[in-house]
Ligand binder design. Structure first.
Ligand code: NAD
Length: 375
Protein backbone atom coordinates (compact mmCIF):
# COMPACT_ATOMS: atom_id res chain seq x y z
CA UNK A 1 0.00 0.00 0.00
CA UNK A 2 1.25 3.50 -0.84
CA UNK A 3 0.15 6.39 1.39
CA UNK A 4 0.66 10.17 1.27
CA UNK A 5 2.55 10.49 4.56
CA UNK A 6 1.45 12.97 7.21
CA UNK A 7 4.56 14.44 8.79
CA UNK A 8 5.37 16.72 11.68
CA UNK A 9 8.52 18.60 12.68
CA UNK A 10 9.78 18.93 16.25
CA UNK A 11 12.08 21.96 16.44
CA UNK A 12 11.26 24.72 13.95
CA UNK A 13 14.67 26.38 14.01
CA UNK A 14 17.38 26.62 11.36
CA UNK A 15 17.26 23.01 10.22
CA UNK A 16 13.56 22.45 10.91
CA UNK A 17 12.79 25.44 8.66
CA UNK A 18 15.05 24.07 5.90
CA UNK A 19 13.20 20.75 6.08
CA UNK A 20 9.86 22.56 6.12
CA UNK A 21 10.85 24.41 2.92
CA UNK A 22 11.77 21.11 1.24
CA UNK A 23 8.64 19.35 2.51
CA UNK A 24 6.52 22.25 1.28
CA UNK A 25 7.85 21.72 -2.23
CA UNK A 26 7.14 17.99 -1.97
CA UNK A 27 3.67 18.78 -0.63
CA UNK A 28 3.03 20.93 -3.72
CA UNK A 29 3.88 17.82 -5.78
CA UNK A 30 1.28 15.84 -3.79
CA UNK A 31 3.91 13.59 -2.18
CA UNK A 32 3.48 14.49 1.51
CA UNK A 33 1.28 16.47 3.92
CA UNK A 34 2.74 18.60 6.70
CA UNK A 35 0.15 18.27 9.49
CA UNK A 36 1.89 19.40 12.69
CA UNK A 37 4.75 21.50 14.02
CA UNK A 38 6.17 21.41 17.53
CA UNK A 39 8.53 23.79 19.30
CA UNK A 40 9.12 24.60 22.94
CA UNK A 41 9.35 28.33 22.10
CA UNK A 42 5.98 29.77 20.90
CA UNK A 43 7.46 32.62 18.78
CA UNK A 44 9.11 29.99 16.57
CA UNK A 45 5.66 28.63 15.65
CA UNK A 46 4.20 31.95 14.53
CA UNK A 47 3.15 31.94 10.88
CA UNK A 48 4.73 35.32 10.14
CA UNK A 49 8.10 34.23 11.50
CA UNK A 50 8.05 30.93 9.62
CA UNK A 51 7.15 32.76 6.40
CA UNK A 52 10.28 34.88 6.70
CA UNK A 53 12.20 31.62 6.08
CA UNK A 54 9.64 29.66 4.03
CA UNK A 55 7.74 32.30 2.03
CA UNK A 56 5.11 29.92 0.64
CA UNK A 57 4.20 28.53 4.10
CA UNK A 58 0.58 28.89 5.25
CA UNK A 59 -0.45 27.49 8.61
CA UNK A 60 -3.96 26.51 7.43
CA UNK A 61 -4.92 23.23 9.10
CA UNK A 62 -1.42 22.61 10.50
CA UNK A 63 -1.54 22.14 14.27
CA UNK A 64 1.16 23.81 16.31
CA UNK A 65 2.21 22.39 19.66
CA UNK A 66 4.52 23.61 22.39
CA UNK A 67 4.24 20.31 24.33
CA UNK A 68 5.84 17.23 22.81
CA UNK A 69 3.17 14.87 24.18
CA UNK A 70 0.33 16.69 22.43
CA UNK A 71 2.35 16.78 19.20
CA UNK A 72 2.67 13.00 19.01
CA UNK A 73 -0.77 12.21 20.46
CA UNK A 74 -2.89 14.74 18.48
CA UNK A 75 -0.57 15.38 15.55
CA UNK A 76 -2.17 12.87 13.14
CA UNK A 77 1.29 11.77 12.07
CA UNK A 78 2.89 8.95 10.15
CA UNK A 79 6.40 10.38 10.60
CA UNK A 80 8.22 12.90 12.74
CA UNK A 81 11.31 15.01 12.04
CA UNK A 82 13.38 15.69 15.18
CA UNK A 83 15.44 18.87 14.71
CA UNK A 84 16.44 20.06 18.18
CA UNK A 85 19.96 20.74 19.52
CA UNK A 86 21.73 17.48 20.35
CA UNK A 87 21.97 18.17 24.10
CA UNK A 88 18.22 18.88 24.42
CA UNK A 89 16.88 15.38 23.76
CA UNK A 90 14.67 14.03 26.51
CA UNK A 91 13.27 10.73 25.25
CA UNK A 92 11.37 12.19 22.26
CA UNK A 93 12.84 9.79 19.69
CA UNK A 94 12.10 6.75 21.89
CA UNK A 95 8.53 7.90 22.62
CA UNK A 96 7.82 8.62 18.96
CA UNK A 97 9.20 5.21 17.93
CA UNK A 98 7.06 3.55 20.64
CA UNK A 99 4.02 5.20 19.06
CA UNK A 100 5.00 3.66 15.72
CA UNK A 101 6.09 6.88 13.99
CA UNK A 102 8.76 6.74 11.32
CA UNK A 103 11.62 9.09 12.18
CA UNK A 104 13.96 11.58 10.57
CA UNK A 105 16.50 12.55 13.22
CA UNK A 106 18.99 15.35 12.67
CA UNK A 107 22.70 14.76 13.24
CA UNK A 108 24.31 14.52 15.75
CA UNK A 109 21.46 12.40 17.18
CA UNK A 110 22.79 12.97 20.70
CA UNK A 111 26.00 13.98 22.44
CA UNK A 112 25.83 10.71 24.40
CA UNK A 113 26.27 7.35 22.77
CA UNK A 114 24.13 5.58 25.41
CA UNK A 115 21.22 7.90 24.55
CA UNK A 116 21.70 7.28 20.82
CA UNK A 117 21.82 3.50 21.41
CA UNK A 118 18.54 3.71 23.35
CA UNK A 119 17.01 5.53 20.33
CA UNK A 120 18.33 2.79 18.04
CA UNK A 121 16.88 0.05 20.28
CA UNK A 122 13.44 1.72 20.26
CA UNK A 123 13.58 2.09 16.46
CA UNK A 124 14.47 -1.60 16.07
CA UNK A 125 11.90 -2.99 18.54
CA UNK A 126 9.10 -0.98 16.92
CA UNK A 127 10.16 -1.73 13.35
CA UNK A 128 9.87 1.95 12.33
CA UNK A 129 11.90 3.55 9.56
CA UNK A 130 14.61 5.96 10.73
CA UNK A 131 16.86 8.26 8.72
CA UNK A 132 19.58 10.65 9.91
CA UNK A 133 20.23 14.04 8.30
CA UNK A 134 23.38 13.25 6.35
CA UNK A 135 22.22 15.01 3.17
CA UNK A 136 25.76 14.96 1.72
CA UNK A 137 25.02 11.37 0.70
CA UNK A 138 22.37 12.80 -1.68
CA UNK A 139 24.74 15.26 -3.39
CA UNK A 140 25.03 14.15 -7.03
CA UNK A 141 28.84 14.61 -7.04
CA UNK A 142 29.29 12.62 -3.84
CA UNK A 143 27.13 9.78 -5.12
CA UNK A 144 29.27 9.68 -8.31
CA UNK A 145 32.44 9.46 -6.19
CA UNK A 146 31.02 6.56 -4.20
CA UNK A 147 30.17 4.71 -7.40
CA UNK A 148 33.63 5.40 -8.88
CA UNK A 149 35.47 4.21 -5.75
CA UNK A 150 33.30 1.16 -5.13
CA UNK A 151 35.72 -1.38 -6.64
CA UNK A 152 38.96 0.42 -5.73
CA UNK A 153 41.55 -0.35 -3.07
CA UNK A 154 41.30 2.91 -1.13
CA UNK A 155 44.39 3.84 0.86
CA UNK A 156 43.75 7.36 2.20
CA UNK A 157 41.04 10.00 2.55
CA UNK A 158 41.70 13.58 3.63
CA UNK A 159 39.04 16.14 4.41
CA UNK A 160 40.00 19.62 5.44
CA UNK A 161 37.45 22.14 6.63
CA UNK A 162 38.83 25.43 7.86
CA UNK A 163 35.85 27.37 9.17
CA UNK A 164 35.41 30.58 11.06
CA UNK A 165 33.61 31.54 14.24
CA UNK A 166 31.74 34.12 12.16
CA UNK A 167 30.30 31.43 9.87
CA UNK A 168 28.14 29.89 12.63
CA UNK A 169 24.55 30.18 11.41
CA UNK A 170 21.69 32.07 13.00
CA UNK A 171 20.10 29.81 15.61
CA UNK A 172 16.58 29.85 17.00
CA UNK A 173 16.73 28.10 20.39
CA UNK A 174 16.31 30.59 23.25
CA UNK A 175 19.56 29.40 24.82
CA UNK A 176 19.73 32.43 27.12
CA UNK A 177 16.69 31.03 28.99
CA UNK A 178 18.18 27.53 29.19
CA UNK A 179 21.50 28.26 30.86
CA UNK A 180 23.22 28.51 27.47
CA UNK A 181 24.95 31.30 25.56
CA UNK A 182 23.35 34.76 25.45
CA UNK A 183 24.27 34.96 21.75
CA UNK A 184 22.14 31.90 20.85
CA UNK A 185 25.11 30.62 18.82
CA UNK A 186 25.03 27.29 20.63
CA UNK A 187 27.23 25.61 18.00
CA UNK A 188 30.26 27.48 19.45
CA UNK A 189 29.93 25.80 22.87
CA UNK A 190 30.99 22.29 23.88
CA UNK A 191 28.11 21.64 26.26
CA UNK A 192 25.64 22.23 23.43
CA UNK A 193 27.51 21.04 20.34
CA UNK A 194 29.94 18.41 21.68
CA UNK A 195 32.71 20.16 19.70
CA UNK A 196 32.96 21.37 16.10
CA UNK A 197 34.19 17.87 15.18
CA UNK A 198 30.93 16.44 16.55
CA UNK A 199 28.58 19.15 15.29
CA UNK A 200 30.12 19.85 11.87
CA UNK A 201 32.92 17.30 11.32
CA UNK A 202 30.36 14.50 11.58
CA UNK A 203 29.36 15.39 7.99
CA UNK A 204 32.88 14.89 6.60
CA UNK A 205 33.27 11.78 8.76
CA UNK A 206 30.05 10.33 7.41
CA UNK A 207 31.12 11.14 3.85
CA UNK A 208 34.43 9.33 4.41
CA UNK A 209 32.46 6.30 5.63
CA UNK A 210 30.13 6.57 2.62
CA UNK A 211 33.13 6.47 0.27
CA UNK A 212 35.71 4.39 2.12
CA UNK A 213 33.82 1.96 4.38
CA UNK A 214 33.77 1.35 8.11
CA UNK A 215 36.00 3.16 10.59
CA UNK A 216 37.65 0.89 13.13
CA UNK A 217 39.46 3.34 15.42
CA UNK A 218 40.23 7.00 15.95
CA UNK A 219 43.03 9.11 17.39
CA UNK A 220 42.66 12.86 17.83
CA UNK A 221 44.31 15.98 19.19
CA UNK A 222 42.54 19.30 19.54
CA UNK A 223 43.98 22.75 20.27
CA UNK A 224 41.91 24.38 23.02
CA UNK A 225 40.78 27.99 22.69
CA UNK A 226 42.74 30.35 24.91
CA UNK A 227 40.70 31.29 27.99
CA UNK A 228 40.47 35.06 27.30
CA UNK A 229 38.83 34.32 23.92
CA UNK A 230 36.08 32.06 25.26
CA UNK A 231 33.64 34.78 26.20
CA UNK A 232 33.46 36.20 22.67
CA UNK A 233 34.32 33.10 20.58
CA UNK A 234 32.79 30.19 22.53
CA UNK A 235 34.69 27.37 24.23
CA UNK A 236 35.02 24.91 21.32
CA UNK A 237 38.61 24.12 20.34
CA UNK A 238 40.35 26.26 17.70
CA UNK A 239 41.85 23.37 15.72
CA UNK A 240 41.22 19.66 15.30
CA UNK A 241 43.42 16.88 13.96
CA UNK A 242 41.62 13.54 13.74
CA UNK A 243 43.03 10.32 12.27
CA UNK A 244 40.76 7.41 11.40
CA UNK A 245 41.80 3.82 10.75
CA UNK A 246 39.43 2.09 8.34
CA UNK A 247 38.60 -1.62 8.52
CA UNK A 248 39.95 -2.04 4.95
CA UNK A 249 43.39 -0.76 6.01
CA UNK A 250 42.98 2.80 4.69
CA UNK A 251 43.76 5.86 6.79
CA UNK A 252 41.57 8.96 7.02
CA UNK A 253 42.28 12.53 8.12
CA UNK A 254 39.77 15.08 9.32
CA UNK A 255 41.44 18.45 9.75
CA UNK A 256 39.30 21.33 10.97
CA UNK A 257 39.51 24.77 12.48
CA UNK A 258 37.12 27.40 13.84
CA UNK A 259 39.02 30.66 14.19
CA UNK A 260 37.63 34.14 14.79
CA UNK A 261 38.47 37.24 12.73
CA UNK A 262 38.87 35.06 9.63
CA UNK A 263 35.49 35.32 7.86
CA UNK A 264 36.73 32.73 5.44
CA UNK A 265 36.25 29.05 4.88
CA UNK A 266 38.11 26.47 2.79
CA UNK A 267 37.24 22.86 2.03
CA UNK A 268 39.42 20.16 0.55
CA UNK A 269 38.13 16.63 -0.13
CA UNK A 270 40.64 14.12 -1.43
CA UNK A 271 40.84 10.33 -1.74
CA UNK A 272 43.74 8.11 -2.85
CA UNK A 273 43.38 4.59 -4.14
CA UNK A 274 46.28 2.28 -5.00
CA UNK A 275 46.73 3.80 -8.47
CA UNK A 276 45.16 7.23 -8.45
CA UNK A 277 43.95 10.40 -6.76
CA UNK A 278 40.47 11.86 -6.64
CA UNK A 279 39.55 15.34 -5.52
CA UNK A 280 36.48 17.51 -5.50
CA UNK A 281 37.29 20.53 -7.65
CA UNK A 282 35.14 23.65 -8.02
CA UNK A 283 33.52 22.20 -11.16
CA UNK A 284 33.07 18.64 -9.85
CA UNK A 285 34.98 15.50 -8.86
CA UNK A 286 38.11 14.74 -10.91
CA UNK A 287 40.14 11.52 -10.84
CA UNK A 288 43.86 11.49 -11.79
CA UNK A 289 45.24 8.20 -13.11
CA UNK A 290 47.13 6.68 -16.01
CA UNK A 291 45.37 4.05 -18.11
CA UNK A 292 47.73 3.17 -20.97
CA UNK A 293 50.35 0.41 -21.28
CA UNK A 294 52.69 0.58 -18.28
CA UNK A 295 55.36 1.81 -18.07
CA UNK A 296 54.77 4.46 -20.75
CA UNK A 297 57.68 5.42 -23.05
CA UNK A 298 57.62 8.95 -21.58
CA UNK A 299 55.79 10.85 -18.85
CA UNK A 300 52.19 11.24 -20.04
CA UNK A 301 50.81 14.77 -20.50
CA UNK A 302 48.88 16.01 -17.45
CA UNK A 303 45.62 16.42 -19.45
CA UNK A 304 45.60 12.70 -20.28
CA UNK A 305 45.65 11.85 -16.57
CA UNK A 306 42.61 13.95 -15.64
CA UNK A 307 39.24 12.22 -15.72
CA UNK A 308 36.25 14.34 -14.67
CA UNK A 309 33.74 11.99 -13.05
CA UNK A 310 30.50 13.71 -13.94
CA UNK A 311 29.25 16.92 -15.37
CA UNK A 312 25.83 16.51 -13.80
CA UNK A 313 24.39 19.14 -11.52
CA UNK A 314 25.01 18.22 -7.89
CA UNK A 315 21.33 18.90 -7.11
CA UNK A 316 19.65 20.12 -3.94
CA UNK A 317 20.74 17.55 -1.36
CA UNK A 318 18.32 18.75 1.33
CA UNK A 319 15.40 18.39 -1.06
CA UNK A 320 16.64 14.96 -2.14
CA UNK A 321 17.10 13.57 1.37
CA UNK A 322 13.54 14.69 2.14
CA UNK A 323 12.22 13.17 -1.08
CA UNK A 324 13.92 9.86 -0.23
CA UNK A 325 12.53 9.81 3.32
CA UNK A 326 8.99 10.66 2.18
CA UNK A 327 9.18 7.96 -0.49
CA UNK A 328 10.40 5.43 2.10
CA UNK A 329 7.55 6.27 4.49
CA UNK A 330 4.92 6.27 1.74
CA UNK A 331 5.85 2.69 0.75
CA UNK A 332 7.07 1.53 4.19
CA UNK A 333 10.29 0.60 2.37
CA UNK A 334 13.72 1.51 3.81
CA UNK A 335 15.59 1.22 0.49
CA UNK A 336 15.56 4.95 -0.52
CA UNK A 337 17.20 5.91 2.81
CA UNK A 338 20.99 6.25 2.36
CA UNK A 339 21.67 7.13 6.01
CA UNK A 340 19.69 4.73 8.22
CA UNK A 341 19.89 5.41 11.96
CA UNK A 342 21.83 2.18 12.69
CA UNK A 343 24.47 3.09 10.11
CA UNK A 344 24.63 6.71 11.32
CA UNK A 345 25.47 5.49 14.83
CA UNK A 346 28.94 4.66 13.50
CA UNK A 347 29.52 8.23 12.30
CA UNK A 348 28.39 9.48 15.69
CA UNK A 349 30.66 6.99 17.49
CA UNK A 350 33.60 8.14 15.33
CA UNK A 351 33.31 11.81 16.29
CA UNK A 352 32.47 11.13 19.94
CA UNK A 353 35.47 8.79 19.87
CA UNK A 354 37.58 11.67 18.53
CA UNK A 355 36.52 13.78 21.53
CA UNK A 356 37.37 10.90 23.88
CA UNK A 357 40.77 10.39 22.25
CA UNK A 358 41.62 14.08 22.44
CA UNK A 359 40.71 14.11 26.15
CA UNK A 360 43.11 11.14 26.59
CA UNK A 361 46.03 12.88 24.88
CA UNK A 362 45.58 11.12 21.53
CA UNK A 363 44.95 7.60 22.85
CA UNK A 364 43.61 5.19 20.21
CA UNK A 365 39.86 4.59 20.67
CA UNK A 366 38.21 1.57 19.04
CA UNK A 367 34.64 2.26 17.91
CA UNK A 368 33.47 -1.30 18.61
CA UNK A 369 34.54 -0.84 22.25
CA UNK A 370 32.72 2.50 22.45
CA UNK A 371 29.53 1.02 21.02
CA UNK A 372 29.81 -1.95 23.44
CA UNK A 373 30.56 0.21 26.49
CA UNK A 374 29.22 3.68 25.76
CA UNK A 375 29.88 4.84 29.32
N1 NAD B 1 22.04 18.38 8.38
C1 NAD B 1 22.51 19.62 8.45
O1 NAD B 1 23.21 20.11 7.57
C2 NAD B 1 22.16 20.47 9.63
C3 NAD B 1 22.22 21.87 9.53
C4 NAD B 1 21.89 22.63 10.66
C5 NAD B 1 21.53 21.99 11.84
N2 NAD B 1 21.50 20.62 11.89
C6 NAD B 1 21.14 19.93 13.13
O2 NAD B 1 19.76 20.12 13.40
C7 NAD B 1 19.55 20.16 14.81
C8 NAD B 1 18.83 21.46 15.16
O3 NAD B 1 19.72 22.53 14.87
P1 NAD B 1 19.19 23.96 14.42
O4 NAD B 1 20.30 24.58 13.71
O5 NAD B 1 17.88 23.85 13.75
O6 NAD B 1 19.01 24.66 15.85
P2 NAD B 1 18.12 25.92 16.22
O7 NAD B 1 18.52 26.36 17.57
O8 NAD B 1 18.15 26.93 15.12
O9 NAD B 1 16.63 25.33 16.25
C9 NAD B 1 16.19 24.37 17.17
C10 NAD B 1 14.70 24.58 17.39
O10 NAD B 1 14.26 23.58 18.32
C11 NAD B 1 13.53 24.19 19.37
N3 NAD B 1 13.78 23.37 20.54
C12 NAD B 1 14.93 23.26 21.25
N4 NAD B 1 14.79 22.31 22.21
C13 NAD B 1 13.53 21.83 22.09
C14 NAD B 1 12.81 20.82 22.77
N5 NAD B 1 13.37 20.12 23.76
N6 NAD B 1 11.53 20.58 22.40
C15 NAD B 1 10.96 21.30 21.40
N7 NAD B 1 11.60 22.25 20.69
C16 NAD B 1 12.88 22.49 21.03
C17 NAD B 1 14.06 25.61 19.48
O11 NAD B 1 13.13 26.50 20.05
C18 NAD B 1 14.37 25.93 18.02
O12 NAD B 1 13.25 26.47 17.36
C19 NAD B 1 20.92 20.03 15.45
O13 NAD B 1 21.16 18.68 15.80
C20 NAD B 1 21.87 20.46 14.36
O14 NAD B 1 23.16 19.89 14.45
C21 NAD B 1 21.78 19.87 10.81
Amino acid sequence: MVITPRVGILGVGQRGLQHLAALWRLQEMGLVRVTALGDMYPPNLEEAKIRRHVPSYRQGQIRCHTAFESLIVDGELDALYVCIPPNRHNGEVVQAADRGLDLFVEKPMSLRLDEALAMDAAIARNGVLAAVGFQQRYDGWHAAVREFLSEKRIVMATMVHTGSVESHNEKHTPTEALGGPASRVWTAFQEWSGSSAVEAGIHQTDLMRYWCGEIESVQARYVARDAPLVETEGDNPMAYSVTYAFANGAVGHLIMSRLARVFHQEDYLHVLWDHGHLSIESHGPVAFYYEGAYPPPSTPPTESLQHPLCTADRGDSTLEINRAFVEAVSRKDPSPIRSPFRDALHSLAAVLGANASSERDGERVFLADLLENPD
